[in-house]
Design a protein around this ligand. Sequence first.
Ligand code: DUC
Ligand code: ZN
Ligand code: ZN
Ligand code: ZN
Length: 465
Amino acid sequence: MTHDLVIKGARVVSASGTTQCEIGIKDGVIATLGHDLASAEVIDATGLIALPGGIDSHVHISQPSGPGIEMADDFTTGTRAAACGGNTTVLPFCLPEEGQTLREAVAAYRAKAEGNCLTDVAFHLIVKETDPVTLGQDLPALIEAGYTSFKVFMTYQGLALSDRQILEVMSVAKAHGAMVMVHAENEDAIEFLRDRAERTGETAPYHHATTRPVPVEREATHRAISLAEIAGVPLTIVHVSNGEATEEIMRARQRGLTVFAETCPQYITLTADDLDRDGFEGAKYVCSPPPRTRDEWANIWRGIETGVFDLFSSDHCPFRFVDTAGKDAPGARQSFRNIPNGIPGVETRLPILFSEGVVKGRISLDRFAALTATNHARLYGLFPRKGAIMVGADADIALWDPTLTKPIRQSDLHHGSDYTPWEGFTVTGWPVRTLLRGVTTMQDGAPVAAAIGQHLTREAPDVLR
Ligand code: DUC
Ligand code: ZN
Ligand code: ZN
Ligand code: ZN
């Protein structure tokens, strides 16, 4: 067979292990893994590592964020940044605007993404209403149409569901075959702590962290797992930040429950002290759950190394810093309560895990591929088309230079935010080329190609098939 493109010289992290071989690509699909392959075009990847293109299954793009607040990324900038960070697929959340149904919201997001993406895209849903039309009609229809995962919130006024509502949503997931993702923080406890902090003048960004302490997350994690057990569904706990929540997940698995878990770069590299930086700088680090302590980094690493965590995602939720539609929202300097929650990270997720995990000897290349691509595809119904370098899969590949060392700089990034929480953080190992279905989307840190990203129709999660 003559291929359209062959990648030669790379160490290939394939579905069946890491080997030195050539990757033959034909019609956007991996056609051959072998040697001395014939091709019209060749990429010399000597000295590089070929990894499956990153799948970031937790990003927020163009998400409604309250009156006057604007997310810093649309699909053009968000997926451009993703591609430049070695990703080939992202899964943003679809949150209905005020008065919009879930179905209308999906149509609106699809329209916003169409023709603007440099990665492939598939959407999770956010379920914030549990009326009969949403749970009886819209959600089942959307699951049948391939929107096979959705997030529920236990925190945030206007988003948080009661335990009863979460059980109702879970029973729809059970009946129709979808994955429930949970943001586990106890809203009542947070409101109590926040009101008390404000009464005593503790209103600086740092108190975002002190009013969302570990027990808030640990309790909600335990409760979410219990609700899933009662409803008889698997679930995914997203953005786990600490050891006690991790232990809840381990205990649930020991009882035989199917619980998946996700963590993020901020929980192995940032601390609550970052929110205590001079002036208003701390607002740059306000996200939920908040960054914790160095001791908690060690707990999260143990979870990564021992397999508690299936997913390593960015939770990219970008706001601009110098912007009254962003971190400097009206009232934000008077109280942390008004600072939009979230940090940009879609372009830096993979280099941070590669450097801190693979280069420092904490995880293998195979585990890196599982945490950053394969497990995302399996859990969210994209496998085997996505998530692994293997014959028959889409030719979604990132070529990595494992020796390239440089600090993360905002000036090198491609997101719409005006800062990175990791400014000056030195990383060894960077993706130097990204290929989406065989087409180069990033080379040497710069985006190339037109917006060739497509919307992906998903199957049920592997565990439900
Ligand atoms: N939860 C998220 O998943 N992302 C950003 C903010 C939040 O609370
Ligand atoms: Zn059904
Ligand atoms: Zn969340
Ligand atoms: Zn998120």
